[in-house]
Write a protein that binds this ligand. Structure first.
Ligand code: SF4
Ligand code: SF4
Length: 443
């Protein structure tokens, strides 16, 4: 048996429309087969909380065998997985085409899909995944919603913790009264035909977070792209469905994919590239959706047209260069977010920031521990802090002038870890690296 495969790693389509996918006996056998391989390997012991749980459960079982694990033990391992994809992307030598055919995150997803079909997804998980409905309500009542969800509001946060299980210490992002799509429709044809990227067209997929919560990265992206001659527009047809993927609600994710792809198809036909502001959403559009709907040509077309924001800036820079950038002497700590890494495109934030003369970026490749909505729950928050501590330490090493993360959840979470650890010289914010490029341009 060889370790590692000679072929490039690949991922199988997810057969969620086949009845056999939900066969609980077959799933149990597959979980035990994979857990046994992991038990013998243990490379992923420090990636997250899922693997330490698995290994401890096996080691403490009567025969120290996977066979001893109960259904509850298995569920604990599954529930600790944030679907960050790191084990598949960076550690596992047994991913397809290796004969072991091991895709740990997608196996966790299958377990959740079975639970979801059996009506076992938690009520709060289901409600939190209704992003567009929640954003519409919270946007209308943004003042009250933001007041109630503020960390300093002990009374409402205490109620939220006891009713919904959301840890009162967890950072909850404020809502904007006006979505990005209503504030910035984009920039029409740019007059400056001398700008190096003149002629390119980008439709910014605002993503739910960039549209309703933190619009800083979106504004910076519009400024930088427009300055370089790119014609832009901002669109938000619907959420990409990542929170529903976390719930294993694959029919709902498929429906989001169909809706968003159908919306963008005529825009792609007009010559626009699709640029996602948030790595998790780019990952969904480029990789997860085509595996969920492998026969859908429009979804495939969208996947090919989609770029992560940093990836897009680097792409246009390589094509014809960028408008000269002012010198900005600064040490920059970059947190390389899991869902940026999982896009298999290399460290584009690092490449992008190296375009700033005088900038000295350095990269930290560790999970922040937040994991979508996983890290805000009371039963997970302490683990989310524990997993993220090494990343927080590494990104702030050497006391850099700026710290950035492409993941809008990881940034505030890392800052919170630094703050709770008593770190001095806290950064004002840990935002998207595009904000520094916009700053260097003087925006
Ligand atoms: S996907 Fe991430 S959280 Fe899940 S088991 Fe793999 S490394 Fe851990
Ligand atoms: S996922 Fe792969 S690398 Fe990680 S412990 Fe299991 S077999 Fe080893």
């Amino acid at each position: 048996m060889t370790e590692g495969s000679l072929g490039a790693p690949t991922r199988h389509p997810i057969p969620w429309q086949e009845e056999s996918y939900y066969d609980e006996e077959a799933l149990d056998l597959e979980l035990r087969r994979v857990f046994d391989i992991c038990h013998g390997c243990r490379r992923c012991f420090n990636l997250c909380d899922s693997f330490p749980q698995l290994f401890d459960l096996i080691d403490e079982s009567p025969n120290e065998e996977v066979e001893d694990l109960s259904a509850g033990d298995i569920k604990n391992v599954v529930d600790s997985c944030t679907l960050c994809d790191m084990c598949f992307m960076v550690k596992c030598p047994y991913v397809p085409p290796h004969e072991f055919d091991l895709d740990f995150p997608h196996l966790m997803l299958r377990h959740r899909a079975v639970e979801n079909r059996n009506g076992k997804t938690g009520f709060v998980d289901k409600q939190l995944a209704e992003i567009d409905r929640n954003a519409a309500v919270a946007g209308t009542l943004s003042g009250a919603a933001n007041w109630a969800s503020k960390g300093s509001n002990g009374v409402t946060r205490g109620i939220l913790e006891s009713v919904a299980g959301i840890d009162k210490r967890a950072h909850l992002p404020p809502f904007q009264e006006v979505p990005l799509t209503h504030k910035h429709v984009g920039h029409g044809p740019v007059a400056n035909a001398a700008a190096p990227a003149f002629g390119r067209k980008a439709a910014i997929y605002a993503t739910c977070y960039g549209n309703f919560n933190d619009q800083t990265a979106g504004k910076a992206a519009l400024d930088v792209l427009s300055h370089n001659g790119v014609q832009t527009r901002v669109e938000y047809p619907a959420c990409c469905g990542m929170p529903k993927l976390e719930n294993g609600d694959l029919p709902a994710v498929a429906s989001s994919a169909e809706q968003v792809a159908a919306f963008f198809e005529p825009i792609i036909d007009e010559g626009f590239d699709i640029v996602a502001l948030t790595p998790s959403c780019a990952l969904m559009m480029k990789f997860e959706w085509p595996l969920i709907l492998p026969d859908n040509a429009v979804v495939k077309k969208l996947a090919l047209a989609t770029r992560d924001l940093s990836e897009y800036i680097v792409e246009i820079a390589k094509e014809k260069g960028l408008v000269p950038i002012d010198e900005m002497k600064a040490e920059i700590g970059i947190h390389f977010a899991c869902h940026s890494r999982a896009q298999n495109m290399g460290p584009k934030a690092m490449e992008m920031l190296k375009l700033i003369p005088g900038a000295k970026p350095s990269i930290t490749e560790r999970c922040s521990g937040h994991g979508g909505k996983w890290g805000i729950f009371k039963e997970n928050f302490d683990k989310a802090v524990k997993v993220g501590r090494p990343a927080a330490r590494a990104v702030s090493k050497g006391d850099p002038d700026y710290m950035v993360s492409e993941c809008p959840l990881a940034g505030p979470h890392l800052r919170q870890i630094m703050e709770s650890g008593g770190q001095k010289d806290l950064p004002a914010r840990i935002g998207h690296p595009i904000e520094l490029l916009a700053k260097a341009y003087g925006f």
